[in-house]
Design a protein around this ligand. Sequence first.
Ligand code: C2E
Ligand code: CA
Ligand code: CA
Length: 446
Amino acid sequence: MASLSANEGERLFFTERKALLLELQQMLQLASENGRSCGLLVVSVRQYNAMYVSYGYDQARCVLREFMDRVEAVLPGRDNMYFIGAGEFAITLTDIRVVHQISLAINKVIKANEANYIVGSSDISVRLNIGASYSANVGDDSEVMLQQAYSALLDAQDSNLPYALFREKEQGVEIPGLELQTYLEAALQKNELKTVYQPKTCFKTGRLVGVETLLRWNSPELGFVSPELFIDASEKSGLIKEVTQHTIRSAAKHYSQWGEYAPNIAVNLSAGLITQPNLIALILRTMRFWSVPLEALTLEITETDVMKSPEASLRTLEELNRHGIRLSIDDFGTGYSSLSYLKNLPVHELKIDKSFIQQITSDVSDRKIVKAIVDLAHTFDLKVVAEGVEDEETYRMLREMGCETCQGYLVARPMSPDDFYSWRTKGEWFGRAEEPYNPNGSLSME
Ligand code: C2E
Ligand code: CA
Ligand code: CA
C-alpha cells in the first residue's frame, strides 16, 4: 500500500487543524452565548515513531484507525475528533458544565485505549499522554485554547503522567483528580442512583421470566454518566459494596411494590464482592425486610470474576444456592472457564455476552460459538440467556438453537419501575409463541 509522503501528511494535518480551529471558534462563541463552557483534549500516542519503525506504516495506521474508532464509540456524537499530527489527535468537548466533565472524557479515552491492538500477528499496546484546556481560561481565542492544551500535553509528557489540565489561574498546569468517586459518594447519599429493569422473556412463548436490575446515574452536575464508567470507578474505589447494597435494596423494594406482578429479579454482583464475608447476611436481611422470597432473586456474576478466585467463589455460590437463590454466569464467552470447572458450579443459567449475540446473523464463527455454548450449557442442565437481541432474525436463530431466555431491545429496553409495571400489567409480550398465548390466562411467571 502506498504511504503518505511527508508533504501529503503535512497537508492533511494542516487541513484538519484548520477545521479544528474553525469548530473551536464556533464552540467558544456558542458557549459564551448560552453561559456554558467547552473543552479540548490533545491526545498524543507515546512513542508513535518507535511504533512506526517497529511495525511499519500500515500496521501503525491500523492502530490509529482503531484507536479513533474506539474513542468515537464512547464519546457523545457531538464531540469531534481531528487528526492533527503524527500520532496526535484533538478532541472537542462541547457542553461542559463543570470542569470534572473533562476528567470524565479523559477517563473514557484512557479506557477505550486499554485493550491491546491486534493487527495481523502483532499485539500492540499503546500508551497515551493527554493535555486538556477549558474555555473559561481562553476568552474567545481558539488558537489560545489549542496552545493551552498543547502546553498541558507537554507537561504531562515531561512529568510522565497520563494527562494534565491547563489552568490559567495557577499560571500552570494542574492534574485533575478523577473525582468521580467524590461525586459518587454524594450521589449515594442523595439517592441519585436509580434502578431500571429490563425484561427477560421465554423464547418459545414470549412470556416474562424475570427482569435484570440495571443502574442509572443522571447527575445534576455531570449529566448522564454511563454505568460502565461509574461501576468501574466504584470497583476501583471500594464504593462498589455500598452501590450494590443500594441496588439490592432498591430492587427488593420495587419487587414488593409490584405485588402480584413482580417477576424474578436479577442483580449484578461485581468483581470482588463474591468473596466478601458479609455479603450473604446482607442479602438475606434485605430480602427478609422487603418480604422477597429468596427463590425470586437471581445473582449475575461474571465468568471472569468467578475465575479470579475459583475456590472462594465456589464456597459462596454453594451457600447462596443452599438458600435457594438462583445464580447466573454473566458475560459468558468472554472469559476462559474450563468445562470441568463449570460442571462443579451450582449455577442455573449462562448469559451469553451481547458481543457474540449481535453478530450471529452476519458472522458464521460467532453463530458457531453461540450454538456450542447453548449445547454445552444443556449438557450441564443449564438454561441459556441471550442478551442484546435487537432484531427478529437474531431472535429466530437463537430460538432455533434452543436458547431459553431472551433479553434485548427487541423485546424491551430497561424501564423505570413504574414503566415496567404498566408494561407488565398491560400483559405486553413478544408474540412469537409456538403455543398460542391466552390473554385471559394468568400473568404468573413460567
Ligand atoms: P451487563 O450486566 O452485561 O448488562 C447488559 C447491558 O446490555 C445493559 O447495559 C443493557 O442495557 C444492555 N442491553 C440490553 N439489551 C440490549 C440490546 O438489545 N442492545 C444493546 N446494544 N444493549 C443491550 P447497561 O445498563 O449500560 O449496563 C452496562 C454494564 O454496567 C452492565 O453490563 C453491568 O456490567 C454494569 N452494571 C449496570 N448496572 C449494574 C449494577 O447495578 N451493578 C453492577 N455491579 N454492575 C452494573
Ligand atoms: Ca448482567
Ligand atoms: Ca454483558
